[in-house]
Design a protein around this ligand. Structure first.
Ligand code: CP
Length: 305
């Protein structure tokens, strides 16, 4: 494929091939000499209209480890601030002949729209509440490396499902790989009709965590809740925050995951976030590997490759 816009269009073999490539990238990243030449002579532009720590820095490192020239577009200091539109900004960058654009935008569908306008490959680094495909891939890689499989596992995704592109991409990916997926949260933070995505829905966290192999926590996305009822941190934590007592309902040794950024004391207790079952730091390492794998896979389809 020329672009990576979401998990939805990917087949199970395509996902598994990306995870296999990412396993190789983990090995490369653990060597002293990390640099490869797969993308030598290629230009990668990271265009982030929303804040990011993990995704942007790991795409930058991934591109550099594969030998690309990587430019981070400083959107806050760009002509976007003078009213230039997404498409005009993208067409301006396109005229500089990049090979790969990595784009994050607050509007669902914006990255797909942009991909139809430009000549280069486009990677979705998160579009509104729609998809965050590389996050789901890195989560799957983390689970597969720790438990050896995805098929047949029970994964509980907990919290603000309504606003979460991470939840959506994970539901799609884990379903394609044969996991049983549960979503757990208050009614106000569950999308209408989410059952149609093939998940079990729980409004009680202890019931939702019962015998789960993996507990995936999500941040309350207050910035996407304008005008809606927002629970207080204390009240939310009491019912939907992951602490040791609620975690004890899951399978012994269940994996604890969080895509970040975390709000400690809101959706997760510090003792659990930093505890023996937590894979949160490992997820960050897998993020670089998955982004190397995606860049390498797309590089195979670049013109003259
Ligand atoms: N998980 C994730 O997308 O983190 P950032 O917003 O820091 O990129």
């Amino acid at each position: 494929q020329r672009h990576l816009l979401g998990i939805e269009p990917l087949s199970r073999p395509e996902i598994e091939a990306l995870l296999d490539l990412a396993d190789e990238a983990v090995a490369i990243s653990r060597q002293i000499e990390k640099k490869r030449s797969t993308l030598r002579g290629r230009t990668q532009i990271n265009l982030f209209f929303e804040a990011s720590t993990r995704t942007q820095s790991s795409f930058e490192l991934a591109g550099k480890r594969l030998g690309a020239d990587v430019m981070n577009m400083a959107v806050a200091a760009s002509s976007v601030k003078k009213g230039e539109t997404l498409i005009d900004t993208a067409m301006t960058l396109n005229a500089m002949r990049p090979d790969i654009l990595v784009v994050r935008h607050h509007a669902a569908g914006a990255v797909s729209l942009l991909a139809r306008k430009v000549d280069c490959s486009v990677i979705n680094a998160g579009d509104g509440a729609h998809e965050h495909p590389t996050q789901a891939l890195l989560d799957a890689l983390t689970i597969r490396r720790n438990l050896g499989r995805i098929e047949g596992l029970t994964v509980a995704i907990c919290g603000d499902i309504l606003h979460s592109r991470v939840a959506r991409s994970n539901i799609l990916l884990l379903g394609k790989l044969g996991a049983r997926v549960r979503v757990v949260g208050p009614s106000t933070l569950l999308p209408a009709g989410v059952e149609a995505m093939g998940v079990e829905v729980f409004r009680d966290m202890r019931a939702g965590l019962a015998d789960a192999d993996v507990v995936m926590m999500l941040r309350l996305q207050r910035e996407r809740m304008a005008g809606a009822f927002v629970p207080s941190a204390k009240e939310y934590f009491r019912f939907f925050g992951l602490d040791q007592e609620k975690l004890s309902r899951a399978r012994p040794g269940a994996l604890v995951m969080h895509p970040g950024p975390m709000n400690r004391g809101v959706e997760i207790d510090t003792a659990v976030a930093d505890g023996a079952q937590s894979l949160i730091r490992e997820q960050v390492e897998m993020g670089v590997a998955v982004r190397m794998a995606v860049l390498e896979a797309l590089a195979r389809n670049l013109p003259n490759a």
